[in-house]
Design a protein around this ligand. Structure first.
Ligand code: NAD
Length: 282
């Protein structure tokens, strides 16, 4: 079987061109405030990349790098200032936060109308009751990638491995809305292999290299690998044994170059959506 490698970078560039055109048509420049607490090297790389792509599409990204000993109260107070700042459209808090800060409380402090990551309970609630507003970026990225190889999703058996608020849960809702039959697997799932073998489309968002081997996957499945794992030799890999899937599955996303570039792009799409709505309301 020929396996199609789903090119997330190429799709991201297509989307970014559309975003650029939308930004050029606006009478104000969308602004994204990015908050980074501390100096975790991986987070610094992610933030730098998000800001580079923002600049490429014409979005202003302002970085606020706060000390690693910033208190939860001070961080929340800072977010409230950004909420009230008319120049700021989207607000993004780079995760993970240092252990002394409750990330849920911080996310909740973001004005849901400026919530570029779509992670506040208000925005997740909108998604779950069928009135989506700002939708989390990685799930939107996965859906866009799947549609490049499978435009009609109705009736497909989808297995999502992972049930986080960031990826698994909202993705499950997006795929239900596409009329898929969704199975959500997780760390306590019994016989994960058997569950995964039922999938027409298998999405893995766990964070464990080589969790999914060839024997977990029926022939012809579409695989979306969300995982990002840094090995001891510094190589970045996903959760799926990529090489063994070639010739066995119909399509697969690589890591890197699959879900990652599209996730960043969806963040910018959300920022433009916020800015357009604010422009209309002014
Ligand atoms: P998380 O730690 O919040 O959730 C992991 C999930 O995996 C949990 O729901 C847990 O139940 C499940 N799990 C753990 N061990 C398991 C096992 N042995 N079998 C089955 N399920 C198991 O992580 P997250 O924030 O959802 O991220 C998951 C992965 O995706 C990470 O590697 C992360 O770096 C990556 N990620 C990538 C992007 C991107 O843009 N590419 C975005 C977000 C997250």
């Amino acid at each position: 079987m020929e396996t199609q490698i789903i090119d997330g970078k190429a799709l991201a560039i297509e989307y970014q061109e559309k975003i650029k055109t939308q930004v050029a048509k606006m009478n104000r420049t969308p602004t994204l405030a990015v908050i980074l607490v501390g100096n975790d090297p991986a987070s610094e790389i992610y933030v730098r990349h998000k800001r580079q792509v923002a600049e490429r599409v014409g979005i202003i990204s302002e970085l606020f790098q706060l000390s690693p000993i910033t208190t939860e109260e001070a961080l929340i107070a800072f977010i409230q200032e950004l909420n009230a700042n008319d120049k700021v459209d989207g607000i993004l808090v780079q995760l993970p936060l240092p252990k002394h800060i409750n990330a849920d409380a911080v996310i909740e402090a973001i004005d849901p109308n400026k919530d570029a990551d779509g992670l506040t309970s208000a925005n997740l609630g909108h998604l779950f009751v069928g009135t989506p507003n700002l939708v989390p970026c990685t799930p939107m990225a996965c859906l866009a990638l799947i549609k490049t190889v499978c435009p009609i999703l109705q009736g497909k058996n989808v297995v999502i491995v992972g049930r986080s608020k960031l990826v698994g849960k909202p993705l499950s809702q997006l795929l239900l809305d596409e009329n898929c039959t969704v199975t959500q697997a997780h760390s306590k799932t019994v016989n994960l292999k058997k569950v995964c073998r039922e999938a027409d489309i298998l999405i893995v968002a766990v964070g464990k290299p080589n969790l999914i081997t060839k024997s977990f996957v029926k022939k012809g499945t579409i695989i979306i690998d969300v995982g990002i794992n840094r090995l001891k030799n510094k190589k970045i890999v996903g959760d799926v044994e990529f090489d063994k899937m070639i010739g066995h599955v119909s399509a697969i996303t690589p890591v890197p170059g699959g879900v990652g570039p599209m996730t960043v792009t969806m963040l910018l799409q959300n920022t433009v959506q916020i800015a357009q709505k604010r422009q209309k309301n002014n």
